[in-house]
Design a protein around this ligand. Structure first.
Ligand code: SAH
Length: 501
């Protein structure tokens, strides 16, 4: 028995407990110091500790550790505690390289070695597939295929594909601006659980050019005497500085998001940015006067240069405007789409549907290898971008439609569209039920599921399994190193087509 359990046991008779807790007979009490073994990590990156079967969530604690923690909140099924001391550290615990890691909250796993993060991401997917999807996961060795596995353990979840250099991977910075107490423009991040802005000059997951440009733009703003927007009063001008860089082209865009249409000394802004940001191709102003924490408003003006910058994913060129949705980790996007293409198994004669297509990135990536691609997406501007990007690349076998995928796909079915392959890449809440039903009626040979949420992925894969599809391989891809986000690509086949394999 661990000391933690003994202590928990002792506290059972602790008279200082609140009456309601005593009635519930919980092994811990609020404000108590406990020693806890950490047995897992939540999807938000908190350590999961157990005291006599009672679950305590402890931020900053890692699996395999023994920690001392102070109980902050006690509920019937679980509670929260604050990490006081790591008594036995995980061998994978490391000193977070970022100086502001604790205050910022943008990353959650920097205190864990990158290898441990990748292992956990794979295991997190496996746990969800088994618990929520009731799916049987077999091999884990890379290169293994599901053919060699028994019927009971036939899904291969590969090791997470990580980055060789998991730092400075983001191509977009969106930095909120504020005023220092002594006056003057600052910009950085919101302190954890608050909207107080803390000045920051370096973010280690951001392309270093973006850091550098934000620093320069802040300094230009200070020189020009611009005021920062204040969320509480609704006054002040500059809300955010957004910087985008094309990793492959090196092109740069600077966007000033302002609370109001008028930007005083606009010529001086342009001159200073052009002088201090070599390679800038586009300087824009986005106007957002709403009392909201949504970054962009509806109107964007190009102050200087082009409306867009260009970048490539594989051989496909994309025009990226100030507000376009574009994958933020371009290196891993190629890995993710490469797997999607592999699982789609295209020979050039297939009809493909790309549901939840965004600006058509996957559609256009696949179009080169398919007969025809249909993309559907709910945001009209994204479909405009998708069409423009198809034209930019001379791709004429892709067409795009605005609408909810669950409404548009049944219509396509009625019109006689019979896809061989369907790719779905839904938001965190997963696929709409009606979309899954339509898929089961459409009966494509293969469904490739790209997912940013293993829980809804597992739920949806169960529906596909019950509807006649077999889940074969799952490939986690680390799109967001040092954060808890887990992305994966899944290959599924119609069971009747792989009988006997
Ligand atoms: N496949 C794209 C985008 C994936 S993000 C890429 O790789 O870049 C998920 C997309 O689904 C978002 O663009 C979002 O706007 C869109 N979306 C959300 N709900 C939708 C729905 N019901 N029907 C169609 N698209 C939807």
């Amino acid at each position: 028995m661990t000391r933690g359990r003994q202590r928990g046991g002792q506290s059972r008779n602790n008279n200082s407990k609140a009456p309601s807790q005593a009635i519930l007979d919980l092994p811990v009490a609020k404000n108590e110091d406990v020693e806890v073994e950490i047995i897992g990590l939540t999807h938000e990156g908190e350590g999961v500790g157990r005291v006599e079967g009672y679950t305590l969530f402890i931020g900053g604690a890692l699996p395999g550790e023994r920690v001392r923690a102070k109980v902050l909140k006690v509920k019937k099924q679980y509670g929260y505690a604050k990490l006081l001391e790591v008594m036995v550290a995980s061998p994978d615990r490391i000193a977070p390289p970022c100086e502001i890691y604790k205050q910022c909250g943008g990353c959650q796993l920097q205190h864990w070695s990158y290898e441990a993060q990748l292992d956990w991401k794979r295991q997190h997917v496996v746990d969800n597939l088994e618990r929520i999807g009731k799916l049987k996961v077999g091999g884990s060795v890379d290169g293994e295929t599901s053919e060699g596995l028994s019927e009971e353990a036939r899904i291969v979840v590969h090791p997470t594909l990580g980055m060789n250099d998991p730092w400075r991977y983001r191509n977009k910075a969106q930095v909120p601006m504020g005023m220092a107490e002594e006056g003057g423009l600052i910009g950085g991040f919101y302190a954890r659980n608050s909207h107080r802005i803390i000045d920051m000059d370096a973010c280690l997951i951001q392309h270093d050019q973006n850091d550098d440009i934000v620093r320069r733009v802040k300094s230009i703003g200070r020189d020009l005497g611009v005021t920062a927007y204040n969320e509480e009063t609704g006054e002040g001008l500059l809300r955010h500085v957004v910087v985008r860089v094309g990793f492959r082209t090196g092109e740069l865009m600077v966007v000033l998001v302002t609370n109001g249409a008028k930007l005083p000394r606009v010529e001086a802004w342009i001159e200073a940015i052009r002088a201090q940001v070599p390679g800038v191709e586009s300087i824009c102003q986005n106007i957002n006067t709403k009392r909201t924490n949504v970054i962009f408003g509806d109107v964007t003006k190009t102050l200087w240069g082009r409306d867009v910058i260009y970048d490539y994913i594989g051989d496909v060129k994309f025009a990226i405007s100030a507000r376009s949705f574009y994958q933020v980790n371009p290196v891993q996007t190629e890995v993710l789409y490469g797997k999607t293409l592999e699982y789609a198994g295209l020979t050039g004669s297939e009809t493909v549907i790309d549901a939840y297509c965004g600006i058509g990135t996957i559609s256009l990536f696949l179009a080169q290898h398919a007969k025809r691609v249909y993309g559907v997406e709910i945001v009209p501007e994204a479909i405009e971008d998708a069409r423009a990007n198809a034209a930019l690349n001379g791709i004429s076998n892709a067409e795009f439609e605005v609408g909810a995928a669950e409404d548009v796909m049944p219509r396509w079915l009625e019109q006689g569209v019979t896809p061989d392959v369907v790719v779905v890449d839904p938001p965190r809440k997963g696929c709409d039920e009606r979309l899954l039903e339509t898929l089961l009626t459409m009966q494509p040979e293969r469904i490739v599921y790209v997912s940013c949420n293993p829980a809804t992925l597992a739920r949806d894969l169960r529906v596909l399994e019950d509807g006649g599809y077999r889940v074969k391989e799952v490939q986690p891809v680390d799109m967001f190193p040092h954060t808890v986000h887990v992305e994966c690509v899944v290959s599924t086949y119609r069971k009747d087509l792989i009988e006997g394999q």
